[in-house]
Write a protein that binds this ligand. Sequence first.
Ligand SMILES: Cc1cc2nc3c(=O)[nH]c(=O)nc-3n(C[C@H](O)[C@H](O)[C@H](O)COP(=O)(O)OP(=O)(O)OC[C@H]3O[C@@H](n4cnc5c(N)ncnc54)[C@H](O)[C@@H]3O)c2cc1C
Length: 199
Amino acid sequence: MMDPPPPDAVLAACRALQFRDHLGIHIKLQGVPFPDNWIYIHSKEVKMARLSNYRNFSPVMAGSVAEISPVTAEYFATRGDSVWSSTDEALIALALQEMKQMKLIRSDKQALAGFVVRSAKAYPVMEIGYEKHIGLVKSWLKDFENLLPIGRSGMFKYNNQDHAIATGLLAARSALGLGKFDPWLVNIDAEYLEEVNGR
Ligand SMILES: Cc1cc2nc3c(=O)[nH]c(=O)nc-3n(C[C@H](O)[C@H](O)[C@H](O)COP(=O)(O)OP(=O)(O)OC[C@H]3O[C@@H](n4cnc5c(N)ncnc54)[C@H](O)[C@@H]3O)c2cc1C
């Protein structure tokens, strides 16, 4: 989006950075299929990656209605692939079929309602060699004083929400002239970073 555009090498580095896309298949289920908050699913026999039951975070998430579970089945995809391109109905049916296969539900009649949310570019792909590409982009960006990269996609970092917010706060402090803070240093040691800056 930059005008004039970055050098070709920087553009090529940007294009080499890939993202995975994500689908959340949200289903209101009759019953409580499992007692955990979520289950990470590694079996190659199913496409599902994670299954959450929000009732197990708090019954309030189920409207405090007994025997109802709002569950989310998560799938990774690449835009245009067979999972991404499936209809919402087919995706809900897939999630129910895989839950049955894993013996978490007995019948897809337990599903009372469902909807799908597709999120493009949800996960940065940390491939071998990605550091070289992000390093080139970063070194080109550092010459701009009025452009502060922040957040998960903005920095191509596999950040959690708290890290993403921390990068924004540091950038805001720099923009307000409170000092020169480096959002690239934000990681799991963010508290340490705050201490060093004395703020
Ligand atoms: C499935 C999933 C589960 C997660 N679970 C957790 C968790 O349990 N705990 C946790 O801490 N973190 C979790 N994360 C990570 C967390 O969501 C991110 O770290 C956080 O949302 C990053 O915040 P951000 O502001 O950098 O980016 P985002 O929240 O992605 O916000 C970027 C915004 O910019 C907008 N945008 C993009 N391009 C443009 C444009 N050209 N013009 C204008 N607007 C634009 C987008 O629409 C979006 O609203 C999860 C992420 C995913 C995908």
